[in-house]
Design a protein around this ligand. Structure first.
Ligand code: 13P
Ligand code: SF4
Length: 329
């Protein structure tokens, strides 16, 4: 929390008390938003924390699929998202009707499979899936929850999917989607930086393509990155291949290290334009006016069960997982 608050931040803290709100913020939000949050985290931590919120309102500073997840896992709460247009290129890459048709085709062709979707997907896609994973638990779910003897249809992130396929050795069919931020890290610039900083450690998010991951010293989701960086006591240089705001949290927690963002091919900062839609002004206004609000959608009923059994430990009351494919395999 900054020592001297600007006017808008002070207003947000007043409104927070007045309406009874808990602010959750993803590590990809601007530092000034993270600084005001009650809880910051990666997708997995924020989903789990959302279930524990007891204030009547959740202000979710992140993108729509994250706020929908919070609503599904804690339906009694009013969930506000500062900008309802804050989407995700991965969600856009996998329309539910296209997925359903593809699943039908696979079944017709005799494939015995389960569908694992990355949490960066619509609620309709989650409802069509057997499991939902984040970068933080994907390896565990694929290794330990998807029964042996099934192929895995992994949607929508082909890079995360390829990484998980590689580390688990599972038989996987990958959907052709990618994160617009991680997709464009420049390999040429990374190699140049490695030459200029030979002692630096490269940390990369598994949403990066294999050509970037192949040059990383550590691959992991944002929470795993924090843990990894925290294991270094001596001042160290890190080349960071993930959304640039992540360095705010790394700098805050471990100021003894130096962080250098790996640039993208078309811009030097690699900030997510969807995450950037949320501003302090919009955080204030959503609390002031009680909207935009994430409202319950019919598909949430099914998607919520898949989310709960995949992410919560122990899972909340949900329909038990059956050995047979739940979509009729
Ligand atoms: P994690 O929060 O799982 O690290 O994923 C990063 C991301 O791209 C969120 O949109
Ligand atoms: Fe989606 Fe990538 Fe932005 Fe995350 S960083 S919200 S995966 S576009």
């Amino acid at each position: 929390m900054p020592a001297i608050l600007d006017d808008i931040s002070a207003e947000i803290l007043d409104l927070k008390k007045k309406i009874g709100a808990t602010i959750l913020a993803h590590y990809y939000q601007e530092g000034e938003i993270q600084a005001l949050a009650d809880i910051t985290g990666d997708s997995l931590k924020l989903a789990r924390e959302a279930t524990k919120v007891d204030s009547p309102v959740i202000v979710f500073c992140g993108v729509l699929f994250m706020a929908e997840t919070a609503k599904m896992l804690n339906p009694a709460k009013k969930v506000l998202l500062p900008d309802l247009q804050a989407g995700c290129s991965l969600v856009d890459a996998c329309p539910a009707d296209k997925l359903e048709r593809y699943q039908e085709r696979l079944r017709a062709n005799g494939h015995k499979f389960q569908t694992v979707c990355y949490i960066n997907s619509s609620a309709k896609v989650k409802a069509l899936s057997d499991w939902v994973v984040t970068s933080g638990n994907a390896e565990d779910v694929v290794r330990n929850k998807v029964p042996q003897g099934y192929e895995i249809l992994f949607v929508p992130d082909k890079h995360l999917g390829a990484y998980i396929k590689d580390v688990t050795g599972r038989d996987m069919i990958l959907w052709d989607g990618s994160c617009m931020v991680h997709e464009i890290f420049s390999l040429g610039d990374l190699l140049k930086m490695k030459k200029q900083h030979p002692a630096a450690k490269t940390i990369a998010h598994p949403e990066c393509p294999a050509n970037i991951l192949g040059h990383a010293d550590f691959t992991g989701g944002t929470e795993a990155m924090i843990k990894h960086v925290g294991s270094f006591t001596a001042p160290t240089e890190f080349l960071v291949a993930t959304e640039a705001n992540m360095m705010w949290e790394l700098q805050r927690r471990f100021p003894q290290h130096t962080y250098l963002g790996v640039p993208g091919v078309s811009c030097s900062c690699n900030k997510c334009p969807h995450m950037a839609r949320n501003t302090l002004e919009k955080v204030r206004d959503c609390m002031k006016f009680g909207k935009p609000e994430v409202l319950w959608q019919p598909e949430f009923d099914k998607a919520k069960e898949v989310l709960a059994r995949s992410l919560l430990n122990p899972p909340v009351a949900v329909t038990p997982v059956v050995e047979d494919h739940p979509h009729g395999d």
